[in-house]
Design a protein around this ligand. Structure first.
Ligand code: GLN
Length: 341
């Protein structure tokens, strides 16, 4: 074999070894095939799981079909992958808290959010009154009800109508289409949300709500009633995964800085009092809602969402947690999975 040819082979082999050492063969490549396989496997593995129960403290949610099951993954460059039911809509519920918080960070800055609301996790259920009382309305968290109602009250606008326009717009911009209210869910919750009203009034007593408490609660209830399908949720997640630019519409929705401050709040409080366990098992910032939706962000890579209404005790979709965790493991995208050099 001529020397130069042998040399070429040696160089090629050397490069391959260097590639394997650097990238590790065990890292899954995020291509179409691997993503589709992961979604298909997750769907088949969990489709018959019957644990959990629809939320019923909002009467209308008890009537939602518990068998709705859809998965969507949208990459940071806008490729959309789906499996199962992608047409059924559920109310977004607590997932909306993320995007209203992002809007306040975008408009007023991260320090403002930290001062006016707080960003430490309460470690308590999402509708806890004790969490407010414990710190006299100080240090509430934007991803549980008290902090979320107060965050809603900070949205700019002279009156409730102007504020609602802003809220609907930011949620819709993240989704890349105009979202509208699920009326029966809104009416059902609005006629029965004395607890959230109590929270808003308690915040007022501590000077920690920044608009009329009844109207702020109503705005919050409306935002929770926005209807979404699983693809909407995945695009919302992918917009965060892509540094604030919606990868499907290509519109800049919020700045990279806003995303940088949004994701840690999701990581520490996105699944309420179950957030630690979730982060331990997935490593990803995520958010759930009692409508049965859940989304998670793999920064720089993709957003993933699942809809399945039956919930665990903390109010998080049981199937969604299992599916996302499975996909994260399968694609090896837990950010704390580190290939040694
Ligand atoms: N609208 C619901 C409530 O205030 C949202 C709760 C949730 O999704 N965890 O109770």
């Amino acid at each position: 074999m001529p020397f130069f040819k042998m040399n070429k082979q040696l160089i090629f082999a050397g490069l391959m070894i260097a590639f394997i050492i650097n990238h590790g063969y065990s890292q899954t490549i995020l291509n179409k095939q691997n993503i589709e396989n992961a979604l298909n496997d997750a769907f088949n593995k969990f489709k018959d799981l019957k644990e959990g129960k629809n939320a019923d403290y909002i009467k209308e949610l008890a009537n939602v079909d518990p068998n709705i099951f859809g998965i969507a993954l949208v990459t940071a460059d806008g490729a959309v992958y789906t499996k199962g039911d992608i047409t059924s809509m559920v109310s977004i519920q607590s997932i909306s808290k993320v995007f209203t918080m992002a809007k306040v960070i975008e408009q007023e800055g991260s320090q403002f959010l930290q001062d006016k609301i707080g960003v430490n996790a309460t470690g308590l259920p999402f509708n806890s009154i004790v969490a407010v009382e414990m710190h006299k309305g100080d240090k509430i968290n934007p991803l549980v009800n008290p902090g979320a109602i107060a965050t809603t009250s900070l949205i700019r606008g002279n009156d409730s109508i102007a504020k609602w326009k802003e809220i609907q717009k930011i949620q819709s911009d993240f989704a890349g289409r105009q979202l509208s209210i699920n009326r029966p869910v809104y009416i059902s919750e609005a006629s029965d949300n004395l607890r959230n009203q109590a929270i808003a009034h308690l915040l007022l007593a501590y000077n920690r709500i920044y608009f009329d408490p009844v109207q702020a609660t109503d705005l919050y209830t409306k935002q929770c009633a926005l209807n979404v399908n699983v693809k909407d949720l995945a695009i919302m997640a992918a917009t965060l995964a892509n540094g604030g630019v919606n990868p499907v519409t290509k519109n800049k929705v919020v700045s990279q800085t806003t995303v940088m401050y949004t994701l840690p709040v999701m990581a520490t409080a996105g699944l309420y009092d179950n957030s630690g366990i979730w982060l331990f098992n997935s490593g990803l910032p995520a958010k759930s809602g009692v409508g049965g939706g859940m989304l998670a962000i793999c920064p720089g890579k993709f957003g993933i969402a699942v809809i399945s209404p039956p919930l665990d005790e903390s109010g998080n979709s049981l199937k969604a947690q299992k599916v996302i965790q499975y996909v994260v493991e399968k694609l090896k995208v837990n950010p704390y999975w580190i290939e040694p050099k």
